[in-house]
Write a protein that binds this ligand. Structure first.
Ligand SMILES: [Cu+2]
Length: 298
């Protein structure tokens, strides 16, 4: 009885608030037509539209500092690298009925056994020490993993050094979410990138869509002053000394047909995007199959 009354009260309060906001918006529009769009935006927030909640993850050598459970739906995942090595955060959903323990067991039998259990859900791309990045991704409820597949200098991937953690995603709250305003669109294809035209410096959001038939990612690197793509290619084949670039984030792997949002703060310079995911058919990294593309930020 009490619950019923309370619920009615909340609904009435919400209706009253909405009516008040709409009236205010109308009055404002009549008085000052030029400010109408701002008034409408305020009304939307009052009516229950929220920005995606933020989940913060810290990467270290070699573990994640991350929550064990979060609410699903659209979430903004922020990462900060406090490790000495580059790190990324791949979110992946385990197939229904697969436990974290079962996945770990499958991984010991090899990626060909474990990977079919995963749907890739994106995540902040590789960052150097001190770097920060953010992505907005949609998470269906279920059991997830956080993983870092980057290798250390000794060749051992971070996932084998402790960078594999379970994450439980519960049902999404019933709220309308305002998605980020998009400055450009990125298409991931098998095996190429389509990037926004005329990329300008500053804060911006790219919508990243996987239009290919397998997993793809987009990692951004910024070339060091005076270095070329030739230097990058040479270093990647035979790392010798410090890399001729910095890792500035990106969107970790997403499933075919999926879309997510990449938050960037770019400074002018020469960059490249890469996809390191291996092609199941050939075993070759997508970088070798054409997924390397230089671009300039003005
Ligand atoms: Cu790819």
């Amino acid at each position: 009885m009490f619950t019923h009354t309370l619920k009615q009260h909340v609904i009435m309060a919400a209706a009253t608030t909405l009516a008040a906001v709409l009236l205010a918006a109308c009055a404002n529009a009549q008085a000052q037509p030029s400010t109408a769009p701002a008034a409408v935006a305020e009304a939307a927030v009052e009516a229950g539209v929220v920005t995606p909640p933020v989940v913060e993850i810290v990467t270290k050598d070699h573990f994640f500092e991350a929550p064990a459970e979060i609410e699903g739906g659209w979430v903004t995942v922020k990462s900060r690298n406090e490790g000495a090595e580059p790190h990324h955060v791949q979110l992946a959903r385990l197939s229904d009925g697969v436990t974290f323990e079962a996945f770990v067991e499958a991984l010991q039998q090899g990626p060909e056994v474990a990977f079919p259990m995963l749907s890739l859900a994106g995540g902040p791309g590789p960052l150097d020490t001190g770097g920060e990045a953010a992505v907005t991704v949609e998470l269906a409820p279920g059991q997830y993993i956080l993983a870092d597949f980057l290798p250390s200098a000794d060749g051992v991937p971070h996932i084998a050094k402790g960078m594999l953690a379970p994450l439980t995603v519960t049902a999404a709250p019933e709220l309308a979410v305002a998605l980020p305003e998009v400055a450009g669109e990125v298409k991931l294809m098998s095996f190429s990138f389509a990037l926004p035209q005329n990329i300008q410096a500053g804060e911006q959001v790219w919508q990243v869509t996987n239009e290919g038939d397998q997993w793809h990612e987009i990692s951004l690197i910024k070339l060091a002053e005076g270095k070329t793509m030739m230097d990058v290619t040479h270093w990647m084949h035979a790392p010798d000394g410090p890399p001729p670039f910095t890792n500035v984030g990106g969107m970790q792997g997403i499933d075919p047909g999926e879309s997510a949002y990449l938050h960037l703060n770019l400074t002018p310079g020469e960059y490249a995007v890469l996809c390191h995911i291996p092609d199941p058919a050939s075993g070759k990294a997508h970088t070798e199959l054409g997924m390397v593309m230089p671009f300039t930020v003005k």
